[in-house]
Design a protein around this ligand. Structure first.
Ligand SMILES: Nc1ncnc2c1ncn2[C@@H]1O[C@H](COP(=O)(O)OP(=O)(O)OP(=O)(O)O)[C@@H](O)[C@H]1O
Length: 259
């Protein structure tokens, strides 16, 4: 069995800061998960902790690949991370950058050239392989950032706003490609755009008031959030003629809580 778990995880930025999350327990089986929360709710911080970039204040993350626990270097070899902020060497050409990252990921040197070509092609960058990174567009840079995360064929793929800056067609291309490549791994994708999450992911984790809620399917979230609103909506007739989206329901629920 493959699964990713957070065991009693607490997170804060400094020893004197309040906890951002406390005692989070989570067990995710293979699949693609949306990580949703409003600005500042902690999506980036949590993903950085999951990726081992930032330490947990307490608790730990565990990744079990087909019944075999992976930690340390073995987990890093199977981890892909797409950060929200680009962190490129701007003067490098795209293919050199990917070759460099492949080396950092300890991909055997005789496999690197083919793997770089594969990810360049997968993410529509083959024509730009010799371009310096500084001359790539925002969308091309975003795809390069995803391509580097896919170099080692990750079993745990953590992505922070991976579709930001991509046009409609590229969003679809990238997501279709990621869904194909995700295979039997665990993919977590942070976004604050609920329509995007509802469209692409199987299950959603909600960050709310220091808790990680879910996972639930978008449909399950809708019925959970709708519980009372559906009565209001039905009473006013506003939701009687179409099915509300997850965004409709979330917005109604947030506005209700603020009233
Ligand atoms: N280095 C840091 N030191 C102290 N506090 C921080 C640091 N980085 C982030 N924070 C705080 O932690 C909280 C969560 O920030 P984080 O960036 O993880 O949220 P987010 O959900 O990813 O936000 P957004 O949707 O705006 O990208 C915020 O209140 C932020 O101010």
């Amino acid at each position: 069995m493959t699964r990713f778990e957070l065991c009693g995880v607490s997170v804060r930025h400094t020893a004197s800061a309040p906890w951002l999350f406390e005692d989070v327990e989570l067990a995710l089986s293979p699949g693609i998960y949306g990580l949703f929360g409003p600005n500042g709710s902690g999506k980036t911080t949590l993903l950085e902790c999951m990726a081992g970039i930032r330490p947990f204040g307490a608790g730990e993350a565990r990744f079990v690949l087909r019944d075999s626990p992976l930690a340390g270097k073995r987990l890093r070899e199977r981890l892909g991370y797409v950060s929200q902020q680009f962190a490129f060497y701007e003067e490098m050409r795209a293919d050199r950058y990917l070759t460099y990252v492949a080396g950092m990921k300890l991909i055997p040197s005789h496999l690197i050239a083919d793997r770089v070509t594969e990810v360049l092609e997968s993410f529509g960058l083959a024509d730009y392989r010799k371009f310096r990174i500084r001359s790539l567009s925002t969308g091309q840079r975003r795809r390069l950032s995803i391509a580097q995360a896919m170099l080692n064929d990750p079993h745990l793929l953590l992505m922070d706003e991976p579709l930001e800056g991509l046009d409609t067609e590229e969003r679809a291309n990238v997501m279709e490609r990621l869904l194909e490549l995700a295979g039997d791994g665990v993919v977590i994708m942070a976004s604050h755009i609920l329509t995007e999450i509802e469209h692409w992911v199987e299950q959603v984790l909600f960050l709310s008031d220091g808790r990680v809620e879910g996972p639930k399917t978008p449909r399950q979230w809708k019925s959970a959030l709708l519980h009372e609103d559906v009565l209001d909506g039905a009473a006013s007739g506003s939701w009687s003629e179409w099915e509300p989206t997850l965004e409709d329901v979330y917005l109604a629920q947030m506005r209700r809580r603020r009233r």
